[in-house]
Design a protein around this ligand. Structure first.
Ligand code: PSU
Ligand code: MN
Length: 304
């Protein structure tokens, strides 16, 4: 297959036998949450995938090796090292592998490595997108480009309004990426279930998601599919708390002149700081919820 790729034994066996597998990202471990909650959450997410009938494959780069599936020690290593591990997007992949460095995989590189390994379904928290003010900064996440090119289904809780959600959806439309709402007409906004923007199609269950994915592959369409799975009501945040925190984080980011790959981590950390533990708890719960839907979709897909 590929000399840089290591597929964990149980993941490789599942793929070879057409059994359900779900990819999980590692930027959320190293950069998205503090230690030790990041490790606890990463292990629990794997547990949720298993409870719902699929094999988890957390994806990362270790010593220049592309890893499809980590063991507990490797997850602990990623959680402990945290921000010391470089965030790896598409443009970083060759340099990180050539130098035998570690890399925390974003949605982009998780999709790439999942696809190399033959994994079709991926669960995460939120995706990157078109930043507010992108009409002058041109700051658009590589995640959107990857969704346009790589045939992996990404189950997320929408995107945070640190982004321009309307422009993010426009960009996805241009690149031919279907945006599907899991049980909703509204594209979710991560901490809250509604962004005010509509999805392209609403589905009622994971079997429908599996059917759309399979049909997309049968048609030979090249890109991915984005699923917006709203945060469960009991964990959703009060918009009057979260929105001012997001506005404040963006204002500070602009004042400090933060740019490029630092923008998203800065905004995420600032929002967390301003909203305290509440947003962390919501963040953890929505990832579990996405892992469940992704696993159930992978199970349905394995029957088709
Ligand atoms: N948005 C979130 N949570 C995240 C990220 C984005 O709400 O954890 C992470 C993901 O790994 C995503 C990456 O793929 O940030 C996007 O970074 P950028 O905007 O620099 O492309
Ligand atoms: Mn960017």
């Amino acid at each position: 297959m590929n000399n840089y790729l290591d597929v964990k034994k149980e993941v490789a066996e599942a793929i070879a036998n057409g059994k359900p597998v779900v990819a999980l990202e590692s930027t959320i471990i190293s950069h998205g949450m503090p230690y030790p909650q990041n490790v606890e959450t990463a292990l629990k997410v794997e547990q949720v995938v298993k409870e719902n009938g699929a094999i988890p494959a957390t994806i990362a780069i270790i010593g220049g090796r592309l890893k499809a599936g980590l063991d507990e020690n490797e997850i602990e290593y990623f959680g402990k090292k945290g921000l010391e591990i470089a965030k790896a997007s598409r443009r970083d992949l060759a340099s990180i592998c050539a130098r035998k460095n570690d890399g925390a995989c974003t949605v982009t590189t998780t999709m790439m490595i999942a696809h190399m390994a033959g994994i079709k379904i991926f669960a995460t928290g939120g995706i990157g997108g078109v930043h507010r003010g992108a009409e002058t900064t041109m700051d658009i996440s590589a995640d959107l480009e990857e969704l346009g090119n790589t045939p992996v289904m990404v189950v997320c809780a929408g995107c945070k309004s640190i982004l321009d959600i309307g422009l993010t959806l426009e960009y996805l439309e241009t690149h031919g990426v279907p945006v599907i709402g899991m049980g909703t007409e509204d594209f979710p906004a991560f901490y809250t279930s509604k962004s005010g923007y509509k999805v392209d199609y609403k589905v009622e269950n994971p079997a429908e998601l599996a059917n759309i994915y399979k049909t997309s592959r049968d048609l030979g369409l090249k890109g991915g599919i984005l699923v917006g799975n709203p945060i469960p009501e009991e964990y959703s945040m009060n918009p009057n708390v979260i929105n001012p925190a997001i506005d404040k984080a963006i204002a500070e980011c602009n004042e400090l002149g933060i740019k490029g790959k630092e923008t998203t981590p800065f905004l995420l950390a600032k929002v967390k700081e301003l909203t305290g533990g509440d947003s962390l708890d919501s963040n953890i719960q929505l990832v579990f919820n996405n892992a469940k839907i992704a696993a159930q979709t992978a199970v349905e897909l394995s029957k088709l």
